[in-house]
Design a protein around this ligand. Structure first.
Ligand code: NAD
Length: 455
């Protein structure tokens, strides 16, 4: 039997809701991929049809075009999106990204994942996501600020601390959140100070929360610590590979190393590294911050002084990176990077999805058929939105939590979400991804039952 035939045989049948809503048939479309997972879980718990069709499409799809004066004096038109998927549990919540490949369906998919993530962690928030089609590395600081301010003012009427609360994502950062908050606050003089809570992921000095920068990586580590013993893997001495070494994985890598794990392979957009003795995450994070990537952190960077050992790694190809045998593989780069070929190369027991939707459907099926335990993104990377929620709470109550309180509360939320997912797996006899969606949908379905459908 050929691989293609195996994959076809394993392809789930098309959910009738797709035909009812006129969805195109495109196996590579990220939105239909996410929606199929949601509908598969909905079927397991017999979710009401009306809730399925509501969740199968976002409530609002906002698309904006805005001009920005560039440094050379000419004006360039930019395209931006804000997708508001669902707000049954609370204001829409989710990041916005600056990337040249931002597409409507990808943003819709990420917004749906936010709805599921907030419901799984029982945060009183809905799901949203945004983006501007631009490569931020091509902009000067002044241009980046003007793009941010114009994007904010283009969607300002449709967001707000009680309506929709954006946050950072790929290509955006705390400084961008500060410009975004300032623009919103200056445009709403009657709600000037309360406008601070319009966005999270702000700098600490300007309404940000302790622990937000490392939150997603910390959450990945918290979930692994909670779940790995049940899979027969101890954190101490376990081997790990990291795909992507940006905000999420550079923090996750450092935290896991400090917990006793050995990170033996790393790959980002600049190249791959391997060292079976372990690559020093703290030194690599400094190197990546200085040089823009992991490339060049060679094995000769290794040094030992007293008990302190730092290790670089040998440069490796993409294929060698994926083929490195590890206990845990953590994708923390972009969506759909792991296709059937990469999945075929992977040699790991567990994949913890730090990135959203890191596999395409063929990659997902290939990993499942190899028996890899997949800890899904809506659980594994929920630490970011959880600490964003803490920031929003602090802004609304004029409080400032210390790092210890943030860490403790984050750990509590992540552990409960992990146990809820395991309980759903036992209840429905399914894989962890379907179980996490099912646990989220149980909550959303219960609230729809209580509230009914207006009017
Ligand atoms: P980031 O921009 O800081 O890092 C992205 C990383 O991906 C970089 O290391 C980059 O080199 C790498 N990358 C890009 N293209 C690559 C390629 N072709 N091959 C290998 N590596 C490549 O982004 P981030 O904030 O760390 O987010 C990473 C993922 O985690 C995204 O999917 C994001 O949506 C998700 N996520 C982020 C947060 C958060 O709080 N930042 C929260 C939840 C989910």
């Amino acid at each position: 039997m050929t691989t293609a035939t195996t994959e076809q045989a394993a392809t789930p049948s098309r959910d009738p809701v797709f035909d009812e809503l006129g969805f195109p048939t495109d196996p590579d479309n990220l939105y239909t991929q996410t929606c199929a997972t949601m509908l598969g879980a909905a079927e397991l718990l017999n979710l009401k049809h009306r809730v399925r069709i509501i969740l199968a499409q976002p409530k609002n799809e906002i698309m904006v075009h805005f001009p920005v004066r560039m440094d050379d004096g000419h004006h360039q038109l930019f395209k931006g999106y804000r997708i508001q998927h669902n707000n049954i549990l609370g204001p829409y919540k989710g990041g916005f990204r600056y990337h040249e490949d931002v597409h409507l369906d990808d943003v819709k998919s990420l917004a749906m994942l936010m709805t599921m993530k907030c419901a799984l962690t029982r945060l009183p928030l809905g799901g949203g996501k945004g983006g501007v089609k631009v490569n931020p590395r091509t902009l000067s600081e002044g241009e980046l600020q003007r793009v941010t301010r114009r994007y904010c003012s283009a969607i300002a009427d449709q967001i707000g601390p009680e309506v929709d609360i954006p946050a950072p994502d790929v290509g955006t950062n705390a400084q961008i959140m500060a410009w975004f908050a300032d623009t919103y606050m200056m445009s709403n003089p009657h709600a000037h100070q309360s406008g601070l809570a319009v966005v999270t992921g702000k700098p600490l000095e300007f309404g940000g929360s302790a622990g937000r920068e490392k939150a997603t990586g910390q959450g990945v580590a918290d979930v692994l610590k909670e779940m790995l013993p049940g899979i027969g893997i101890g954190i101490e001495g376990m081997t790990v590979s990291l795909l992507g070494f940006g905000n999420v994985n550079s923090w996750g890598g450092r935290i896991l190393q400090d917990m006793g794990a050995k990170i033996i392979a790393v790959m980002d957009h600049t190249g791959g590294l391997r060292n079976d003795h372990g690559i020093d995450m703290h030194a690599l994070a400094e190197h990546a911050a200085r040089t823009g990537g992991v490339k060049g952190f060679g094995a000769d960077n290794g040094s030992q002084s007293g008990r302190l050992i730092t290790h670089g790694g040998d440069a490796i190809s993409e294929e060698d990176f994926y083929r490195t045998p590890v206990d845990v593989f953590i994708p923390g780069a972009l969506e759909q990077m792991i296709k059937a070929q990469q999945a075929g190369w992977l040699d790991c027991k567990v994949m913890a999805e730090a990135a959203n939707a890191p596999c395409d459907p063929s990659g997902d099926r290939a990993l499942s058929s190899k028996g890899v335990e997949i800890i899904p993104a809506i659980l594994a990377n929920a630490g970011g939105v959880t600490v964003s929620y803490f920031e929003w709470l602090q802004n609304k109550t004029s409080q400032s939590w210390d790092a210890q309180k943030v860490d403790e509360e984050l750990n509590r939320h992540m552990c409960v979400a992990a146990r809820r997912t395991l309980a759903a797996r036992a209840r429905y006899g399914c894989d962890l991804r379907t179980a996490a969606f099912a646990a989220a949908l149980e909550h959303i379905g219960a609230v729809y039952n209580l509230r009914g459908i207006f009017p």
